[in-house]
Write a protein of this length. Structure first.
Lengths: 92, 508
């Protein structure tokens, strides 16, 4: 169940943290494909890689050690430092 | 006939009360005429069910049931108070409560069952003849601890204007407090509406009253914002008046919270509490007085610092530029041991009376030990304390900094035995702290730091006049005192500020 708290601040910043804006085009960008280690996620990402590569988009592949835990900090840092966008595959 | 004044037979739990017509307009109207508020989960209400039916027929009674909508029967004269709005708005504390209602509001009420009172009240005779003469009622669902807080939030919550932030069920609210930057690094209590409402019960002041303009962002801070941060700091509601006064004192021009925050020196508000409130909120002035372990001591200063952080926007690395800081910047608050001291209190020395509760805010470093286990005369002890105090901030600097001297009980005994009072002690201490400036002129003794050349040939005093603030506190074992070194005093720095804590009791 969610809980409601009262803002203790001067309320000068927005309630929700803004999301990173989506790129308008993939042209010239590097896209990371993150396999979360669920069965057949690689099948899905293989196809995505084919399609992106055909568009001339640079692709890098990553894999989480296990889908049951968040991606390790080092992996997140590597993706954030190497890619402009990321596609995360959830499959079964 | 009905009676404007009525007394219940003695002994009886029934309360008969004529109601003021000056009470605020109810936001939920009751049906006019006779009204009984009941719940099925009350043996007395079940007992008087036949009486309720009889009154419905004879005087047009309306029954408001808090639980079962068909209690005592399914009928048009039985209303269901499904959200307890009618009970809450009309302050029903007991069921059954019998009301006479005019223009939507009760003008008269009786609580519990008493045949005589109910007969007088309704003008009907021989009510419930087979029933006991009287029976006490039960607690109204609207004051049941399981419901009361939620009802208060539902019906009074709109008085709290702060933005509501919903934390999803998959998110850890304790982590969220940190992630949003609301914490000083330690866990903070999530300020739910119920907790903040409970906190606001600690003051008579309105939630929207502006307490102070808080630096560095110079934001108007309301009682409500102080209450929210007090919840987060771990305060109990009865601490709130102390926190509010501390916020007021910190945000005065004299105390200069902005400068204290922005300086690279390791200083923060040191809050000293005097007066009766120390006992009412169970503060510790004895063993480990400056340390951990007492909730009031530990959370009041923290609440002030959270207000400065969250409302004022003062954060380390932002406007807070302390080179090292110190653990006292989490919050530093303690009371004086007034009862164990033969001297006037700190607050009395600053013009307040012993029956006034006060906070004194001093711009201080963390506390440091003043050690003396050998001196048996006040002269020896004073001279040694003076030698130790010379080191405050720097032994090469004088006049610019004040100090709080926390005299321990075993040191105080030396002065009490010799019949020294506060004034004499401070006078003798100042004398011991007056020395030739030549000893500490810049460049002397191979040290560049020191007092400026123009003071050469003069005597200087370590502390300015009025710059030694003596407080009695600590445990009865240990020949020690403590000192808080100060920050720059006077118009260019911070001036120590004392303010009275205004509570409901002190107002009356």
């Amino acid at each position: 169940m969610s809980i409601i708290v009262l803002d203790p601040t001067a309320e000068t910043s927005p309630v929700t943290l803004p999301k990173t804006t989506r790129p308008e085009s993939l042209s010239g960008l590097t896209v990371g494909l993150l396999d979360i280690s669920k069965p057949r996620g690689d099948v899905f990402l293989d196809r995505v890689e084919e399609l992106l590569s055909a568009l001339g988009v640079s692709v890098k592949r990553y894999i989480k050690p296990t889908f049951t835990k968040p991606a390790p900090v080092d992996l997140r840092d590597e993706i954030a430092g190497s890619c402009h966008a990321v596609i995360e595959a959830l499959a079964d | 006939m009905t009676h404007e004044s009525s007394t219940s037979p003695s002994p009886t739990p029934v309360v008969a009360q004529a109601l003021s017509h000056e009470s605020p307009e109810p936001t939920v109207a009751l049906p006019d005429g006779f009204v009984a508020v009941v719940k099925q989960d009350c043996p007395t209400c079940v007992l008087v069910a036949p009486v309720l039916e009889a009154l419905a027929e004879t005087v047009g009674l309306t029954v408001i049931s808090q639980d079962n909508p068909t209690f005592p029967v399914a009928a048009g004269w039985v209303l269901h108070d499904h959200d307890l709005a009618m009970s809450w708005h009309h302050e029903i504390e007991t069921v059954p409560t019998l009301l006479r209602v005019a223009e939507g509001r009760p003008t008269y009420r009786v609580e519990g069952w008493s045949r005589e009172v109910w007969e007088n009240f309704t003008g009907c005779q021989e009510l419930g003849t087979g029933l006991p003469q009287w029976r006490p009622g039960c607690g109204s669902l609207s004051v049941d601890p399981a419901h009361a807080d939620k009802l208060a939030v539902r019906f009074l919550g709109s008085a709290m204007k702060s933005r509501r932030i919903e934390i999803g069920s998959l998110t850890d609210e304790w982590e969220t407090m940190h992630d949003r930057g609301w914490s000083d690094g330690l866990p903070v209590v999530p300020p739910s509406e119920v907790r903040v409402m409970r906190m606001l019960d600690g003051t008579h002041r309105a939630p929207d009253e502006v307490v102070a303009v808080v630096p560095p962002d110079m934001v108007e801070c309301t009682v409500e914002k102080v209450a929210i941060n007090s919840v987060m700091a771990g305060c109990r509601p009865e601490y709130l008046p102390v926190v509010l006064t501390a916020v007021e004192a910190a945000c005065t021009d004299e105390f200069n919270m902005h400068g204290l925050l922005a300086t690279t020196m390791p200083v923060a508000p040191v809050i000293i509490v005097n007066g009766p409130i120390r006992h009412r909120i169970a503060m510790n002035s004895g063993v480990n007085v400056l340390g951990q372990g007492n909730r009031a001591n530990s959370t009041i200063g923290r609440a002030l610092q959270l207000v400065v952080r969250n409302v004022g926007g003062g954060k380390p690395g932002g406007v807070d530029r302390a080179t090292h800081g110190g653990p006292h910047k989490i919050g530093m608050c303690f009371p004086e041991d007034e009862e164990g001291s033969p001297w006037t209190t700190l607050a009395e020395s600053r013009g307040f009376s012993s029956d006034q509760s006060t906070v004194t805010l001093f711009p201080g470093e963390g506390p440091r030990l003043l050690f003396d286990q050998i001196s048996r005369t006040p002269e020896s002890l004073t001279r040694h304390l003076a030698r130790s105090l010379i080191a405050n901030v720097s032994p090469r600097l004088a006049l610019q900094f004040e100090t709080v001297l926390v005299l321990g009980p075993e040191h105080m005994k030396r002065y009490a035995a010799a019949c020294w009072d506060r004034d004499r002690f401070i006078s003798e201490l100042h004398r011991e702290l007056t020395y030739p400036a030549d000893d500490v002129i810049r460049g002397t003794d191979g040290i560049a730091e020191g007092m400026p050349d123009f003071l050469a040939g003069h005597k200087i005093s370590k502390f300015p006049p009025g710059g030694i603030h003596v407080v009695h506190a600590g445990s009865g074992a240990g020949l020690f005192s403590m000192t808080f070194a100060g920050w720059v005093t006077g118009a260019t720095g911070s001036v120590t500020v004392t303010r009275e804590i205004v509570t409901e009791e002190s107002r009356s």
